[in-house]
Design a protein around this ligand. Structure first.
Ligand SMILES: Cc1cc2nc3c(=O)[nH]c(=O)nc-3n(C[C@H](O)[C@H](O)[C@H](O)COP(=O)(O)O)c2cc1C
Ligand code: SF4
Length: 499
C-alpha cells in the first residue's frame, strides 16, 4: 500500500502541475490534495500504528469507524431487544417515561416467552387498587434515632467526578421534586448535591472523601460536620461494588479538575484510585464498631452497608457477628456483578462477584436465619428500567431498590460507552465543560422526576393486576422463570425460603 501511495502521489502531483499550467482550477485542486499527501507522509513515518503506516490515509477510516462503533451498532445493527448492557427497548422505555410521552407497545411482546430464562409474574382474577403514594418503606433499626421513609426507587451511588456537575444538579433536583433519595456515590458531597435540596444518602468508600484527613484516614470531626447536615438522611458505608468488587474506586485523572481535587483532597489531573480495603477496620467486629461510630457521630441516622456478595461464609460470619454483638447496620445494599460503573478493569467487570438475584436471595435468607431481617432493610440494584425489574427484586426479598444507569438514561445518556474517558457526548459522565454545558439541568431534572414517577405508577398498576394490596406481600412464589422448553418454576421452587 505504501508503494501505491508513492505512485498515486507522483501521478497526482504531475497531473496537478499540468493542470496548473493549462487550467487555473489546478491551484484549487492542489489545495485539496496536498493535506491528504501530508497526512499520508506522516502516517508512513510514524511508528505507533502499523495500520496507518501500511495503509496511509485510508488507515484512518479504521480508527474512525472503531470510535463510532457503539453508535453504528445502535443506529444500524441492533434489534429492539439485543443492545448491551441495555437493549433499545429498555432504553426507550426510560426515555419515554422521562419525557412523559407514549410508553405503550404495539402488536404484542417482542420477547420470546418460550425461551429459557424468560421471567414473569402472574395476574389475579381479582385485581386490586394500589395507591402509588404508599410505595415507600421506613429504614431504621432499633439502634437508630432518625428513621427515614424511603421511596421504593432511588438514585444509586454515582459520584460527582464520575458524573458532571449538571448531571448531579439534575439528579438531585429530580429527587427533590419527586420525593426520593439521591446517593452521593463515594466521591463526597459537592455543592451540586446540596443546591437543589433533594434528600441525600452520603456514601463513604475506602477513600473517605469528605471525611478524610490529609493522610487519607477517616476523620471523625469532618464526618460529623457533613453527616449532621439536615439534607443527609442516611449514611452508606461502601464495602464493594458489583462492577469491580474488591478493586476500589477509579476516577480517571482526566476528570480530576481543580474543583474535584478540592472536594476530594487529591492532586489535580492524577488518577484517583481508592484502595480496595477500608483502613478503619479489617474484620467483622471492627466493621460493626465502625458502623456504631458512624451512627453515633451522625446523631442516630440510619447507617447502611453496600456490597457485592463475594465469599458467602464471610457474609455469614458478618451476620453472625451482628447477632452476637447486637450491633448491626440499618440496611444492606446488594449490588450484583452485573452492576454499572464509570470505569472498571475488564476482569473485574466480567468475572468477579455474585450476580444480583442470587446474592439477594442468599443475603435475605442469611438475615432471616439470624433473626435480623426485621431490623435490617435490604435494598437492591439490578438494571432497573421498568416496574417489572423492581418487582423481581421485591419478590426476592428486597425492601426497596436503587437505579443508577436508568437514571443516567433519563438524563439523556445514549449508551455511547465512553464514561471512562471524559468524552461522554451527552454531557452526563464528563468533566469537560464543552460537553456538559449541553446538559440543561433544569429540564433534565424534570426527566429524572418523571422517570421515577411513571415507574412507580407502573409498579402500582402491576401490583394491582397481581392482586396484592401492597409491595410487602410479594414473595418468591410470585415470580416465575422458564427453566427449559416445557418447564416453568417459581423462585420459591428454585430457592426455597423455608429455613
Ligand atoms: C457512572 C457510574 C458511577 C458509579 N459510582 C458508584 C459509586 O461511587 N459508588 C458505588 O457504590 N457504586 C457506584 N456505581 C454503581 C451503581 O451505584 C449501581 O450499584 C450499579 O450501577 C447497579 O445499578 P444499575 O444496574 O441500576 O446501574 C456507579 C455506577 C455508574 C454507572
Ligand atoms: S452517553 Fe455518556 S454516560 Fe452514557 S454511556 Fe455514553 S459516555 Fe457513558
Amino acid at each position: 500500500m505504501r508503494n501505491q501511495f508513492y505512485i498515486a502521489f507522483t501521478v497526482i502531483l504531475i497531473a496537478n502541475v499540468l493542470f496548473f499550467f493549462y487550467w487555473p482550477m489546478g491551484l484549487f485542486n492542489l489545495f485539496l490534495t496536498v493535506p491528504f499527501f501530508m497526512l499520508g507522509f506522516r502516517d508512513i513515518r510514524q511508528r505507533r500504528h502499523a495500520i496507518k503506516a501500511n495503509f496511509p490515509v485510508f488507515g484512518h477510516f479504521r480508527y474512525l469507524f472503531e470510535s463510532i462503533r457503539p453508535e453504528i451498532n445502535q443506529y444500524f445493527v441492533e434489534s429492539n431487544t439485543d443492545g448491551k448492557p441495555f437493549s433499545r427497548e429498555q432504553r426507550s422505555v426510560v426515555y419515554q417515561r422521562a419525557k412523559k410521552v407514549l410508553d405503550t407497545v404495539a402488536f404484542g411482546t417482542q420477547l420470546n416467552v418460550y425461551e429459557k430464562g424468560y421471567e414473569f409474574v402472574n395476574h389475579s382474577l381479582y385485581p386490586t387498587h394500589v395507591d402509588s403514594k404508599t410505595l415507600r418503606t421506613t429504614i431504621g433499626s432499633d439502634l437508630c434515632k432518625q428513621p427515614y421513609s424511603i421511596s421504593l426507587l432511588n438514585i444509586s451511588a454515582m459520584s460527582f467526578g464520575s458524573l458532571s456537575p449538571n448531571s448531579i444538579l439534575a439528579l438531585n433536583g429530580g429527587a427533590k421534586d419527586g420525593n426520593f433519595a439521591h446517593n452521593t456515590g463515594e466521591g463526597g458531597i459537592s455543592p451540586y448535591h446540596l443546591e437543589p435540596g433533594g434528600d441525600l444518602i452520603w456514601q463513604i468508600g475506602t477513600g473517605y472523601f469528605g471525611c478524610r484527613d490529609l493522610d487519607g484516614n477517616f476523620d471523625p470531626e469532618l464526618f460529623k460536620k457533613n453527616a449532621q447536615r439536615p439534607q443527609v438522611k442516611m449514611i452508606e458505608l461502601k464495602l464493594s461494588q458489583g462492577a469491580k468488587p474488591g478493586h476500589g474506586g477509579i476516577l480517571s485523572g482526566k476528570k480530576v479538575t481543580e474543583e474535584i481535587s478540592q472536594i476530594r483532597n487529591v492532586p489535580i489531573g492524577k488518577d484517583v484510585i481508592s484502595p480496595p480495603a477500608h483502613r478503619a477496620f479489617s474484620n467483622a467486629q471492627g466493621m460493626l464498631e465502625f458502623i456504631h461510630t458512624l451512627r453515633t457521630l451522625s446523631d442516630g441516622k440510619p447507617v447502611g452497608i453496600k456490597l457485592c456478595l463475594g465469599h458467602r461464609e464471610e457474609f455469614e460470619t458478618l451476620v453472625n457477628t451482628m447477632k452476637e454483638t447486637r450491633i448491626y447496620p440499618d440496611y444492606i445494599v446488594i449490588d450484583g456483578a452485573e452492576g454499572g460503573t464509570g470505569a472498571a478493569p475488564l476482569e473485574f467487570a466480567n468475572y468477579l462477584g455474585t450476580p444480583g438475584a442470587d446474592a439477594l436471595v442468599i443475603a435475605v435468607d442469611c438475615l432471616k436465619k439470624a433473626g435480623l431481617k426485621n431490623q435490617i432493610k435490604v435494598l437492591a440494584t439490578g438494571k432497573i428500567t421498568t416496574a417489572f425489574d423492581m418487582i423481581k427484586l421485591l419478590c426476592l426479598g428486597a425492601d426497596a431498590t436503587y437505579a443508577a444507569r436508568s437514571m443516567m438514561l433519563a438524563l439523556g445518556c445514549i449508551q455511547a460507552l465512553r464514561c471512562n474517558n471524559n468524552k461522554c457526548p451527552a454531557g452526563v459522565a464528563t468533566q469537560n465543560p464543552q460537553l456538559y454545558k449541553g446538559l440543561h439541568a433544569p429540564s433534565k431534572r424534570k426527566r429524572v422526576k418523571n422517570f421515577h414517577h411513571e415507574t412507580i405508577e407502573a409498579l402500582a398498576h402491576v401490583l394491582g393486576a397481581m392482586g396484592v394490596s401492597d409491595h410487602t406481600q410479594l414473595n418468591r412464589k410470585h415470580l416465575f422463570k422458564r427453566i427449559d422448553e416445557n418447564r416453568i418454576q417459581s423462585y420459591e421452587e428454585i430457592y426455597s425460603s423455608s429455613l
